[in-house]
Write a protein that binds this ligand. Structure first.
Ligand SMILES: NC(=O)c1ccc[n+]([C@@H]2O[C@H](COP(=O)([O-])OP(=O)(O)OC[C@H]3O[C@@H](n4cnc5c(N)ncnc54)[C@H](O)[C@@H]3O)[C@@H](O)[C@H]2O)c1
Length: 269
């Protein structure tokens, strides 16, 4: 009963971006099990997540949307308000990454670690999804929270890459975008504190999802990463759920502007 009181999400509506697979999918199931109704915001393919949530006894629906498209985000948020009446929780999770060097010299051997030289357009694309997309979503959702006097919780997906530089792959755009997410979250936490809206970020280490596995990641890179994990493995997406549940729940009533690191000790060494 006490746990239900401090961590329960009954009667809450949670919006989760990029929940068609990976971390977003697993967190969607976790928050649904805690009692929240889930609005899955992603570009396509939410059937599997909805089925997993329904099998777990929860409720979810799909709202197609590209988080970089401000008009699409506004209409997605309007649709969610029409369906659920309010939004209590936003987990801003959608993100992308490229392993590309800023400069590749002619004839340079990339050894299977990087996929070439990053075009400026690719740098912009990473910033657009990982940073600006989270900003667009956060603003659209916080506006409804303010209008409806909901003391909501926004969790922005950052990464340990926002504080350290991963090696041996090169991902300047990703690292910069995640550092910016951490500080944007602190900034919005202060801006919206007067409305009782809490804004935090979460910084995982490597997590076993499509983003961190072949074909996106070459075997050479996985072999290079393996000796670097203090716990000798990546995180399972399920191991992020409790930290996110904490941030969404009444238990975190005094937690805002924080970045919660769940990296298996990676950034300690
Ligand atoms: N996997 C890791 O090791 C790891 C570590 C730290 C942080 N993260 C972060 O966690 C988040 C989820 O990553 P994941 O590992 O589950 O990756 P993933 O590639 O499995 O999932 C990302 C999801 O985001 C969606 N998406 C991408 N661009 C979008 C857009 N413009 N609009 C809407 N949806 C979009 C994708 O369709 C996908 O469903 C990302 O922000 C990532 O940076 C991942």
């Amino acid at each position: 009963m006490y746990l239900e009181e401090i961590f329960g999400l009954k009667g809450k509506t949670a919006v989760i971006t990029g929940a068609g697979r990976g971390i977003g999918q697993v967190v969607a199931v976790g928050l649904a099990k805690a009692g929240a109704e889930i609005a899955i915001v992603c570009r396509s393919g939410a059937d599997e997540t909805i089925q997993m949530i329904e099998e777990a006894g929860g409720k979810a629906y799909f709202v197609p949307c590209d988080v970089t498209d401000e008009a699409a985000v506004k209409s997605a948020v309007t649709e969610i308000i029409e369906k659920s009446g309010k939004i209590d929780i936003l987990f801003n999770n959608a993100g992308i990454c490229y392993h590309k060097k800023a400069i590749v010299l002619e004839g340079e051997d990339l050894g299977g670690l990087n996929d070439g030289e990053a075009a400026v357009e690719e740098f912009r694309n990473v910033m657009d999804v990982n940073l600006t997309g989270e900003y667009i979503m956060a603003v659209a959702v916080a506006r409804t929270m303010i209008e409806k006097k909901i003391k909501g919780s926004i969790i922005n997906m950052a990464s340990m890459s926002g504080s350290i530089v991963n090696v041996p792959q090169c991902q300047a755009a990703y690292n910069a975008s995640k550092a910016a997410v951490i500080h944007m979250s602190k900034s919005l936490a202060i801006e919206w504190a007067e409305y009782g809206i809490r804004v935090n970020s979460i910084s995982p280490g490597y997590v076993g999802t499509p983003m961190s596995q072949p074909p996106f990641v070459h075997q050479e890179l996985l072999d290079a990463w393996n000796p670097m994990f203090p716990l000798h493995r990546m995180a399972k997406p399920e191991e992020l759920v409790p930290a996110i549940l904490y941030l969404t729940s009444p238990a975190a009533g005094y937690t805002t502007g924080s970045d919660i690191v769940v990296d298996g000790g990676y950034t300690c060494i």
